[in-house]
Design a binder for this molecule. Sequence first.
Ligand code: ADP
Ligand code: ZN
Length: 206
Amino acid sequence: MVEEFAFDNTEERRRSRQNGDAGWIEVIVGSMFSGKSEELIRRLKRAQIARQKVQVFKPKIDDRYSIEQIASHSGMTHVSKPVMTAAEMMAKMEDDTQVVGIDEGQFFDMELIKAVTELANNGKRVIIAGLDQDYTGRPFEPMPQLLSIAEFITKTHAICVKCGNTANYSQRTSESTERVQVGAHDKYEARCRKCFVPHSDKPTVV
Ligand code: ADP
Ligand code: ZN
C-alpha cells in the first residue's frame, strides 16, 4: 500500500520493491521559475542517497542547458538522457531501474501517458515535472492527463515579477505565437493571475 507522502520516503519505496508491489506516479507542475526542476532534482538526489537505481530523461527539444543534464534556473543539475519521444525513452529504460525522473514533460508526445503507466505498473517510481499551462494559460498536454493518473501531485508557484504575489502563469515577453518557444528570462517571466495577459507582453523592468 502506498502511504500518503510515500513519494518522499525512500525506505518505504525499498520495502514495496521487496514485496513486488506496483510502483507509482508523482507529478510536479507549475509555471516557469516555480521550482519544478529543483524539486525533481531534490527527489532524485534523495533516491540516489538511498542507493536506488535512477534514470532521468528529458525531451531533446529543450536545448536551454547542456544536453546531458537537467538543470534548474538556480543552478542545480542532474545527469539525464535526451530523447525525442516516449518510445525512445522506453527503449532506453533499464529493467533494474527503480526511479525514473522526467523533466519538461509538456514537450513529450501523448504516448508518455501509456509509457509512465507501464513503468509504474512494473514497480517503478516515476516522477514527472512539467508546465501545466502554455503561454496563453491553456492546459499543456500531456500534463493534464498525467495529473489525472498520478498518485501524488505537487503544484509549485513562482513570485510575480510585477507585484510580488503568488505567480501561477508563465508570461511570454518575446514576440511569438508558437506554442513551443524554448527560453528562460529572455522570453518569459512569472506572473500572478492579475498581472498575466494571455499573449506576449513587454518585459517588466526590475
Ligand atoms: P522551473 O523548473 O519551475 O522553471 P527551476 O527549478 O528551474 O523552476 O527554478 C526555480 C528557481 O528560479 C528559484 O529557486 C529561484 O532561484 C529562481 N527564480 C527566478 N525568478 C523567479 C521568480 N519570479 N519566482 C521564483 N523563483 C524565481
Ligand atoms: Zn502580479
